[in-house]
Design a protein around this ligand. Sequence first.
Ligand code: UT7
Length: 350
Amino acid sequence: MDYNAAVTGWGWYSPAQVLSNHDLEKLVDTNDEWIHSRTGIRERRIAAPGETTSSMGTIAARQALEEAGLSAQDLDLIICTTTTPDHLVPATACLIQSNLGADRAAAFDLNTACSGFIYALATGSQFIQAGGAKRILIVAGETLSRFMNWEDRATCILFGDGAAAVVLEPTTQSAGVLTTVLGSRGDVEQALMIEAGGCARPASAETIAEKAHCVRMRGNEVFKMAVRCMSQAAQEALAKAGLSISDMRAVIPHQANHRILTATQEALGVSDQQMYINIDRYGNTGASSIPIALGEYLQANAVDAGDHFLFVAFGGGLTWGAAVLRWADIPAVKMERLQRMLKDKLALTG
Ligand code: UT7
């Protein structure tokens, strides 16, 4: 039997503390007018002391499980996509597994920076297609504020914290993740990096003095590549699905910079009604930006089975990707789940 991976649950979490452009004016030589006109950002959320990628991810995960009508014990696999893990080891996915009490689940992290959600969708959907897992939790979380150089006005104005989660489950419907397109270019890794803290440059007094544990970016270079790669990946993902932009209910891009988004929108011919942009309120929340935006979209809009979404992202690595999702008939997916669980139980009891 061929299975597709349907989204059956979703949730997101945004920390309470708001850092506005006016607040940033007190930290670095910048102003609200520059930030808003060059990036589209008005404010971003900052994790409270004690909040981490795993703690925020756990809150989002609980919402996603509740929406899917699943318990943590039902999960087979947890994929956490983040560039800002709680620790180098253990994986943040394992911390979330423990927080949830997901006793049966395998767990691993995936780091493709801001493209992480697309890579996680591609990975999760292929686990489902291959039969390796039936109920998968994808968590995308970032605590980027802890990796900012708060003296570097070119980066510290851009990023924010947050987390989001989705549940993937098998369905025989012609729905779910239809296509994914992924790409990378490691030769330009220095365009966006956190240089120190790994084995190449372990932490030392020198790396701390250099602020080499913070995000560094050659913004202009990243900007130009982002527009080109996002447009190409989106077109490829649509072509593979045999669909066009006009078939999309909504296009949800990674929220990196409003100007990148409008340039990509123009290149793809996306209408204002289709394009979802929330960068003004959150800034760039890395891997979590697409699923946070998806969560907001689903809260504000009734979506029907058969509606299509296009996700597209670009980030550190450098990496990029796009995915086309057809919204499934979720009550029918849940019925399929019930039948599968009953069958598995009967097989176990002989
Ligand atoms: O998530 C995926 C990865 N990230 C991205 O996709 C981000 C991509 N890049 C960008 O969003 C933009 O390149 C930035 C927002 C980072 C920068 O915008 P820009 O239009 O490329 O500005 P720029 O770096 O060319 O700088 C223009 C000027 C410079 O001054 P001079 O040399 O012209 O006198 C900067 O020093 O703006 C200055 N500047 C600022 N001024 C006020 C840079 N940052 C600031 C600031 N406030 N925060």
